[in-house]
Design a protein around this ligand. Structure first.
Ligand SMILES: [Zn+2]
Length: 201
């Protein structure tokens, strides 16, 4: 039997407030994704309300995560990004679906015993609430923008959802006069730490 070695996940970084994630889920604003950058361990602010949750991005091999399930050794954040307490305890798991896996994967949670914040671990390279990874979404946008075609193997509805989300975000954040193309717009939004393809602005 092939024995999978779990590499030590690199600590990537955070954060997303509960408010922002709810917005993304339902009809949100200013959704942000920090996976493109390695930010300081302690963010300047979190904005999470008491008892809310934040997302912590780690470099994770999804195949190993799938194989090990709850036994996967998630790295533990050094301290709470909100109150800087080092008293973080395991807080169970949440399940999440990712493309390529028929079953949900288990994502570790930690809870700060001092302020009550809950930290959700998530694989870097995946926007919150998206099953497809960022590279796939970017490839879809690039294909549609360059060749007016959709990627094979992914439903047209999903890709159209990303594409229309990008158009809305470019108009909202870069202006209706944006002339540098959709792919450049996608990149520009990421630089601004905005998820370019969410449903709502
Ligand atoms: Zn805390």
């Amino acid at each position: 039997m092939l024995k999978l070695r779990q590499s030590r996940p690199e600590y990537f970084l955070f954060i997303l407030t509960r408010q922002a994630e709810l917005m993304m889920d339902g009809g949100g604003k200013k959704t942000r994704f920090f996976g493109k950058q390695v930010l300081p361990l302690i963010p300047k602010r979190t904005g999470a309300s008491k008892g809310g949750f934040m997302i912590v991005f780690f470099a994770v091999n999804l195949n190993i995560l799938f194989s090990l399930g709850r036994k996967y050794l998630w790295e533990k954040p050094c301290q709470c990004p909100r109150c800087h307490s080092m008293r973080l305890w395991g807080h169970g798991f949440v399940s999440a679906f990712f493309d390529g896996f028929a079953e949900a994967l288990f994502l570790k949670r930690y809870r700060c015993t001092d302020c009550g914040a809950v930290l959700r671990c998530r694989p870097s390279g995946h926007f919150p609430r998206f099953q497809a990874d960022e590279k796939t979404i970017r490839a879809s946008i690039s294909m549609k923008a360059g060749m007016n075609r959709w990627l094979r193997g992914i439903s047209r509805n999903r890709q159209n959802h990303w594409f229309r989300g990008l158009l809305r975000h470019i108009a909202a954040y870069l202006g209706n006069t944006w002339e540098n193309g959709l792919v450049a717009g996608y990149e520009a939004l990421l630089i601004r730490e905005i998820i370019p393809v969410t449903r709502c602005i």
